[in-house]
Design a protein around this ligand. Structure first.
Ligand code: ADP
Length: 194
């Protein structure tokens, strides 16, 4: 079993690198952003609530997000073999809840890979993505609030996981294959039987 958190600012490439890591390690992928966008697309009650936060660039309230995660783990038995958490946790409260959720299942977070990308490049990438993603939150005004939220609420997790001895920072700009290779190198010592 191996649980990996893929961590980084909006536009840092979490989704891209997670997709490769799933193939490489055969883990179950939980992207909270995708999960919420799926609810929005289906017009569910949760989707309506989520949209009111996402379209402004704000985070979904912690307790709601934690309950969704707990449900996802409970309803997908494959998660017991290991998960890539992409976009979760995003606050200290969520990180503490994740430790608890995995702890009560006899497991833990094994490693956190942090994709580190300069601010100007993030803005550039998000504006470009906005042109074809159709995402309601990839517009200049919302991008600014998402980056503010990231700095205020999410970035402190880097210290949180560094203190736990689990943080592996990787330069997230440049060639996608090179970034992936560096992630695998950094994670190798944290992998079971490797
Ligand atoms: P990105 O990191 O590129 O902004 P995501 O798809 O991970 O994209 O997230 C999109 C939005 O979904 C976030 O801005 C936030 O509103 C919401 N969201 C995703 N994950 C969480 C979370 N763990 N806690 C609160 N809100 C979340």
């Amino acid at each position: 079993m191996y649980n990996l958190v893929v961590f980084g600012a909006p536009g840092s490439g979490k989704g891209t690198q997670s997709a490769r890591l799933i193939d490489e390690y055969g883990l179950y992928h939980i992207s909270t952003g995708e999960l919420l966008r799926d609810h929005i697309a289906r017009g569910t009650e949760l989707g309506k609530i989520a949209d009111s936060y996402i379209s402004k660039g704000n985070l979904i309230p912690d307790q709601l997000m934690i309950d969704i995660l707990d449900d996802t783990l409970a309803n997908n038995p494959q998660t017991a073999n290991g998960v890539i958490f992409d976009g979760f946790p995003r606050t200290i409260q969520q990180a503490e809840a994740l430790n608890e959720m995995l702890g009560k299942r006899g497991s833990k977070v094994h490693a956190v890979v942090g994709l580190e990308v300069p601010e100007e490049e993030l803005i550039d990438r998000l504006i470009k993505r906005g042109a074809d993603s159709g995402r309601s939150d990839d517009n200049p005004e919302t991008i600014k609030s998402r980056l503010d939220v990231y700095h205020n609420q999410t970035a402190p997790l880097r210290d949180f996981y560094t203190r736990e001895g689990k943080y592996y920072g990787v330069k997230g700009s440049g060639n996608i294959d090179d970034i992936f290779a560096e992630i695998k190198d950094k994670l190798r010592p944290t992998r079971p039987n490797e």
